[in-house]
Design a protein around this ligand. Structure first.
Ligand code: ZN
Length: 67
């Protein structure tokens, strides 16, 4: 997910992704909920060992708030 374009003036990713943000957030939540790990893994949010034991729960909370 691009949060901003690094190129001055952008190349259009951020604007297009912003327009479909509801779908992106929903798909991210579905991906997170569908992952079989308990606390986070490289397939969903990254390694819990490096990001903290509550990273999966925290990520889910943020996604729900942003929807
Ligand atoms: Zn996972």
């Amino acid at each position: 997910m691009y949060l901003y374009d690094a190129i001055p003036g952008g190349i259009g990713f951020a604007e297009r992704l912003f327009r479909i943000r509801d779908v992106l957030l929903q798909r991210a939540l579905e991906h997170l909920d569908g992952c079989g790990c308990d606390d986070g893994c490289p397939s969903c949010v990254g390694p819990a060992a490096a990001l903290g034991a509550d990273v999966k729960t925290s990520t889910r909370d943020v996604l729900v708030l942003l929807r």
